[in-house]
Each structure stands twice: as structure tokens, then as C-alpha cells.
Design a protein around this ligand. Sequence first.
Ligand code: NAD
Ligand code: IMJ
Length: 256
Amino acid sequence: MESMLTGKNILIMGVANERSIAWAIAQSLAGQGARLAFTYENERVEERVRKLAEKIPDAVILPCNVTVDEEIDSLAAALKERFGVLHGLVHSIAFAKSEELEGHYVNTSRAGFALAHDISAYSLVAVAQRMYPLMTEGGSIMTMTYLGSVRAIRNYNVMGVAKAALEASVRYLANDLGQYNIRVNGVSAGPIRTLAAKGIKDFNSILHTVEEKAPLRRGTDPAEVADTALFLMSSMSRGVTGGVIYVDSGYNIIGV
Ligand code: NAD
Ligand code: IMJ
């Protein structure tokens, strides 16, 4: 059988190490024949990203700190040269200062709010505006989000507000880019032990609560997030845009 993503060129942003959700997604997409480009945030993670990406045949590896417009410009130029046409974009990037991820949201600083929104929400717009002109055969853009966008979750604080902006941004981008047959969606994953979960207070107890209360009575496996990404990157999801798909063992539907 022909693979689902044969002939598709897809950009993956947000691999930091082998636990990154973006890395699970990359493996799923590569397994279905996609040609992949990876970006890394800075030299600190470059070596690790190179080591991982080298496992994938023909992978392109490029730098991109999403807070720097010129780096996104250069990325778009490099992809135009290497790929010509782009079919998919996976955005799996978030950051807030650790001091904003504990205590009360009411104490959020102006600078902390701005930084979290810049990296975690605006970056999707900044990247989409430079990549959609390369999606001349239509395309699929996806980002990663979390339940803290719609519920007040302890310690998630300014990240929750940034994810709410990100999800609203998905709707506006979907409305703008639909005319070019470019779809834009979010995947809301349940808690997963990655670098972005490291040092988070009570993470263990949150995982435990999900395993106990979620309809499927278990946590979220990055591979199942990755397979939803595969669906979104493929033509199987051709009628789906502007939405958020929960991959969280059903936890989000639970009341008391
Ligand atoms: P991760 O730490 O592996 O990935 C976060 C990535 O963001 C890293 O690769 C990091 O390099 C990148 N990044 C941060 N600042 C950047 C910048 N200025 N420029 C470029 N890249 C930058 O952790 P993860 O859990 O794989 O997180 C990926 C996404 O999934 C995030 O959007 C996160 O909010 C979301 N998410 C995570 C969970 C979870 O429980 N781990 C649950 C739901 C959603
Ligand atoms: C993050 C903080 C607080 C509670 C949290 C999380 N819960 C979950 C996460 C319950 C599941 C992980 N998550 C969904 C994120 O989006 C994480 C984003 C993040 C994590 C860090 C940790 C290290 C740091 N800055 C960060 N910025 C964003 O310095």
C-alpha cells in the first residue's frame, strides 16, 4: 500500500530531545513516507536534535529561535530552496519563565506575560505567515495545546492564558488560510513526562488523577498524540480545520 504521506514535505518545530512530543510526531510522519525538516531552538539543543534527525533518511536540519523574525525569514528561504513546496507544519513550542509556573496567576508580571505569549502563541502566527506562501498545493498546520486553556489548572497560570490565545489563533488562521486549502488545527494532549513537564510541582499527582479519572483510565502515550498528528497531516482529515482535537484518554469531558 502507498504510504499516507509519500511526496509530502513537512516542517517539525519543537524537538529538544527523544521525549519531545515533536519527536514522537516526527517518527509517525516519517513512518508514512514524509520528507521532514527539523528546527532547533539554539546550539544548546542542536547536537541532540542532529543525533535524532540523522535517524530519519533525507532529514533537513535548520536553526530557528521563534522570537527572532530574521531566523524565521531565513528558515522560509532555506525551505523554499530545499523543498520548493511545503505541505505541513508541526508547531510544538511553548515557554514561560519557571517563576510564572508556580503560585498564583494574579502575580504574573508584565514581562512574564509578554514572553509566554510571544513564544507560545504569537510564534504560530509568525511562522504561519512565512510558510503559507510555500504551501502552493494546499497544506496542514498543527500546534500543541493543553486543557489549561479552558480550565484553571494549578500552576499552569500564564501558560493557560497563552494556550487560550493559541487556540483562538488557530481559528483565525484557519479562517484566513482555508481559501488556499490550508487547514489549521490544535491537538490538546493529556499530561506527558517531557522536558516541559520537568520540575512542575504536583506533576505526579496530576498524572495519577488522570489515570484514575479519565474514561480510558490511563495516561497519554506520545505515540497516540503522534498518530493524531499523522491524521491531521494526511488527506484523511481534509474536511477538518479550525478545531482542537483532545488526545487525553477523554479526561477533558469529566465533571466531578
Ligand atoms: P519539549 O520541552 O520537548 O518541547 C518544547 C519545545 O519548545 C522545545 O523543543 C524547545 O526547544 C522549544 N522552544 C522553546 N522556546 C523556543 C524558542 N524561543 N524558539 C524555538 N523553540 C523553542 O516539551 P513537550 O512536552 O514536547 O512540548 C511541546 C508542546 O506540547 C508544547 O507546546 C507544550 O505546551 C505542549 N503540550 C505538552 C504537554 C505535556 O504534558 N508535556 C501536554 C499538552 C501540550
Ligand atoms: C506546566 C506547568 C504547570 C502545570 C503543568 C504543566 N501541567 C502540565 C504541564 C499540569 C501538563 C506541561 N504543559 C502542558 C506545558 O505546556 C508546559 C509548558 C512549559 C513548561 C516549562 C517548564 C520549564 C520552564 N518553562 C516552561 N515553560 C512552559 O522553565
